[in-house]
Ligand binder design. Structure first.
Ligand SMILES: Cc1cc2nc3c(=O)[nH]c(=O)nc-3n(C[C@H](O)[C@H](O)[C@H](O)COP(=O)(O)OP(=O)(O)OC[C@H]3O[C@@H](n4cnc5c(N)ncnc54)[C@H](O)[C@@H]3O)c2cc1C
Length: 290
């Protein structure tokens, strides 16, 4: 097996163009499992873990850039002002996996159970992909095209992911068979956009790919309007409305029965996680308001 170890993005893209069969490797926490189980035997590997361009965390004009090669451990340390993403990063694997695993790798694998992906969906993030021909920005929902399938062309690399800095509380939570080292049976990320008076919610592990729940989003924004909670964070939102929000979120799920859980359990988990996520967001706003 040939191994390419470029030291710059430019060099890596040249290798990618010349050897499209070379599989990129970042932290290797997905790819090495495939290799070890003999599910994949690539002719060549392209190591992207040394590319400085992929290690960037940038902020400019309210936009955030997260390099594809940034590990979960760094996200926890350096993106504490992004609670949803930091919470998702904290739930990934073990410390060893969080020290190696990257968001670029999560996007590359494109599993519906990828924990960072519902968060990128509520951030309305764009994936920055590059080839020797140039750079393009792909909205997350066009990038994640199906179970373990993404829209990356064979000559492209994921360079980064970008979004507008969220203005409001957010969270990520998941249900699994235990608390750590677990693939989600259901995962939910929620982000309040206070300036736009919008709620965004995304579901993981309950469909072929990450799903947003537009009816729940519209209903949730409406109940915050009616209760006056957008204007006054101390305003009470009725418990039955929060319950209905959870039900509408669960209705957007398209789960299957598998060894990890039944479709019915997954739907139920979505309803509970969604209701909790909105409750937490309202509590956070109340706390911030003093
Ligand atoms: C024990 C264990 C526990 C785990 N727990 C979780 C968990 O709780 N939650 C979770 O979401 N995941 C989990 N994972 C899966 C894995 O850690 C994550 O998906 C991680 O984000 C993969 O990142 P990586 O850098 O290691 O990817 P790699 O394994 O290096 O690559 C993954 C895929 O992405 C492609 N790729 C990587 N970087 C690029 C790039 N820059 N451009 C183009 N393609 C690229 C590779 O070719 C490959 O197809 C776990 C894995 C293990 C082994």
């Amino acid at each position: 097996m040939e191994v390419f170890r470029p030291s710059s993005l430019y060099e890596a893209l040249e290798v990618r163009a010349a050897h499209p069969q070379a599989i990129p490797i970042a932290g290797g926490t997905d790819l090495m499992v495939e290799l070890n189980f003999g599910r994949r035997r690539p002719e060549a590997i392209l190591d992207v873990s040394r590319l400085p361009e992929l290690q960037v965390i940038g902020r400019e004009d309210g936009r955030v850039t997260l390099g594809a090669g940034v590990t979960y451990a760094r996200i926890i340390r350096e993106l504490a002002d992004h609670p949803a993403l930091a919470q998702a990063a904290r739930t990934v694997g073990s410390p060893q996996i969080r020290n190696r695993g990257t968001v670029g790798g999560n996007l590359g694998t494109a599993s519906p159970a990828g924990d960072s992906l519902p968060v990128l969906a509520v951030y309305d993030a764009e994936v920055v992909a590059a080839s020797t021909a140039g750079t393009r920005r792909i909205p997350w929902r066009e990038f994640l095209v199906g179970p373990k399938r993404n829209a990356l062309a064979p000559d492209e690399l994921i360079v980064a992911v970008e979004w507008r800095q969220p203005d409001g509380p957010g969270s990520f939570s998941k249900v699994g068979t235990r608390n750590a080292m677990v693939i989600a049976i259901a995962g939910v990320s929620l982000q309040l956009d206070t300036a736009a008076r919008r709620i965004r919610i995304a579901l993981g592990s309950v469909g072929p790919t990450i799903l947003r729940a537009p009816e729940a989003e519209a209903f949730g924004a409406g109940i915050l309007d009616e209760s006056g909670a957008w204007a006054d964070p101390r305003a009470e939102v009725p418990a039955d409305a929060l319950g209905r929000f959870g039900e509408l979120a669960a209705a957007a799920a398209r789960p299957i029965d598998d060894i990890r859980g039944t479709a019915a359990y997954r739907r139920h988990a979505c309803a509970v996680l969604a209701r909790r996520a909105l409750t937490w967001a309202l509590d956070d706003r109340r706390l911030a308001a003093g």
